[in-house]
Design a binder for this molecule. Structure first.
Ligand SMILES: CC(C)(COP(=O)(O)OP(=O)(O)OC[C@H]1O[C@@H](n2cnc3c(N)ncnc32)[C@H](O)[C@@H]1OP(=O)(O)O)[C@@H](O)C(=O)NCCC(=O)NCCS
Length: 220
């Protein structure tokens, strides 16, 4: 289990064959993880990033500098899950909303003008809320498609919750799309409950997501 006091935690993912080579580690992300995180996020969230960037390859290119920059953002605590040398998942815990500086330039250099315009339009519909002072907001929990259902998402949620506790936050919060039943099951199993359900015509149009659930866990 991740502990704020220790640099990393490790455990064996479900179905692991070799305990040494396939050890799951959850730790704070570092700059050199950015390409791996971007790769995972582009694929885990292809329903969001394909409409924005067109292809997973283009999304990975644009997201790599963005992830590297987001890691240094004040109030953003990013974790990575690795197996061996491979990044297999990541999550961020946000306690402040501060703009990612230079995002337009990053996207422009990576994918060009028109793809940047398209991506900014599409992604503007997914912008995250401003966390309240007592709130730790979970963002972009993603696991590589070929590593899902092996305990990686749960390990990242445990790390996120421990981070929130170490920051003395009272609530762990997030949004999940209304038709993302796998993620909802994970959050319910971690003790989060549904606080609000909202419908979204734009979400349905762009991402086939008919709405969003706001979920929350009060941290004792
Ligand atoms: C949601 C996601 C992060 C879960 O990660 P994961 O590593 O596959 O999840 P875990 O293996 O840790 O699963 C833990 C528990 O969550 C639930 N769960 C996870 N995926 C599920 C699925 N597809 N269907 C039903 N339950 C699921 C189960 O209760 C599971 O426990 P079990 O395997 O013992 O039954 C992963 O599927 C993912 O990256 N999806 C795409 C991106 C995404 O939707 N992120 C969430 C945004 S809000």
């Amino acid at each position: 289990m991740y502990s704020g006091a220790s640099p990393q935690s490790s455990c064996s993912p479900k179905g692991a064959r070799s305990p040494q080579s396939s050890r799951l580690v959850v730790r704070r992300a570092i700059q050199s993880d950015a390409p791996g995180i971007a790769w995972v996020v582009a694929r885990a969230f292809k329903d969001k990033f394909n409409p924005a960037f067109g292809t997973e390859e283009r999304a990975t290119r644009a997201l790599t500098p963005y992830v590297a920059s987001a890691m240094t953002r004040r109030g953003n605590h990013m974790f990575v899950a690795t197996i061996g040398a491979a990044v297999v998942g990541s999550v961020s815990v946000s306690t402040q909303k501060s703009p990612a500086p230079g995002v337009i330039g990053m996207f422009y250099r990576a994918v060009g003008f028109w793809s940047t315009v398209r991506a900014l339009c599409v992604l503007s519909f997914l912008s995250d809320p401003l966390p309240a002072p007592d709130e730790a907001y979970v963002e972009v929990l993603g696991v590589a498609p070929d590593q899902q259902r092996r305990g990686v998402g749960r390990a990242l949620m445990i790390a996120a919750e421990e981070m929130a506790r170490s920051l003395h936050k009272r609530r762990l919060t997030l949004y999940v799309t209304a038709n993302n039943h796998g993620a909802q099951e994970l959050y319910l199993s971690r003790g989060l409950t549904v606080r609000r359900r909202s419908r979204s015509f734009v979400g349905w149009l762009l991402f086939h997501a008919p709405g969003f659930w706001r979920m929350e866990k009060v941290l004792a």
